[in-house]
Ligand binder design. Structure first.
Ligand SMILES: Nc1ncnc2c1ncn2[C@@H]1O[C@H](COP(=O)(O)OP(=O)(O)OP(=O)(O)O)[C@@H](O)[C@H]1O
Length: 261
């Protein structure tokens, strides 16, 4: 990327504001995500975390501010080109193709890559080109990394929730993202599955080198695996720093206690 270097932030959010009629969902929000780091994004319900994801993926148009990704003005990029730039996302509510196998679901994640062509061509087997063979090799690698080998050829629909969440993660990684947006990956998981997920995310980051923006209510997970945490409330950034700094920040404590009261 012209002008970019390893010390530059990968994602730069500056002064972003989003309004829905009378509701201000984000106001003057600024923070960075550096290459390869896991950045936790916390805040009570309605703080604006999902709205921010929707701005980064170009679903919502900010009223003010700028978002740069790898030195590029993201707000000048149409939504359908975001994945091709190296930004992938998982969703709060799973969005898998239920009747397709786990492997084929993972393969669909490659569809956004330049030169991949359309999904049906990619899934045609036999007759794979060298490119599709390489993609299948990557899909199998991800299936293995995400401990999905036993279910690789089963339809996604019948699998336990925690397993389907891992399929969604594998699919997002298929696009070789440099930034992974994780929207509440621990939602609906058991304690044991959350612990496992934390270890898995760190191992995957170490293996593939992506940065992750982790929106999560499960504090144990966020504080356990994030390199840095940004805390939001009412659309604003109220704290940022190491997990320990943010956990102890009076504004963060007040935001959570205030909502719980
Ligand atoms: N499409 C929309 N139209 C109107 N208001 C919206 C829309 N999307 C979000 N909002 C409002 O913007 C604010 C921020 O919502 P958002 O979903 O981003 O919060 P959040 O931090 O992701 O919450 P949660 O943790 O519950 O997922 C809320 O007041 C919400 O009601």
């Amino acid at each position: 990327m012209p002008g970019a270097d390893a010390h530059d932030p990968l994602l730069e959010v500056r002064g972003v504001a989003v309004r829905f009629g009378g509701v201000t969902a984000l106001r003057d929000l600024s923070f960075d995500v550096r290459p390869g780091e896991i950045c936790g994004l916390i805040g009570p319900n309605g703080a604006g975390k999902t709205t921010l994801f929707n701005c980064i993926t170009r679903i919502y148009e900010p009223a003010e501010g700028s978002i740069r990704f790898a030195g590029r003005d993201l707000l000048a990029v149409p939504a359908h080109r975001i994945a091709g730039l190296g930004i992938a996302r998982t969703f709060q509510n799973l969005a898998l193709f239920g009747s397709m196998t786990v492997l084929d679901n993972v393969l669909t994640g490659a569809a956004a890559q330049p030169g991949t062509g359309i999904v049906p061509g990619l899934l045609a087997w036999p007759g794979a080109t060298r490119r599709t063979a390489a993609l299948r090799a990557r899909a199998w690698e991800l299936v293995e990394q995400l401990e999905l080998l036993d279910v690789a050829l089963l339809p996604a629909a019948g699998l336990p929730f925690g397993t389907r969440k891992r399929v969604e993660l594998a699919r997002a990684l298929m696009a070789e993202p440099s930034l992974l947006l994780l929207d509440e990956p621990a939602g609906g998981l058991t304690h044991a599955e959350v612990d496992e997920l934390g270890g898995l995310l760190v191992a995957l980051r170490d293996r593939f080198g992506f940065a992750a923006l982790l929106v999560e209510h499960h504090m144990g997970l966020v504080m356990g695996i994030s390199d840095r945490v940004v805390a939001m409330d009412f659309g604003r950034r109220i704290a940022a720093g190491s997990p320990d700094e943010v956990r102890r920040d009076p504004a963060v404590v007040a935001a959570y206690l205030g909502r719980a009261a």
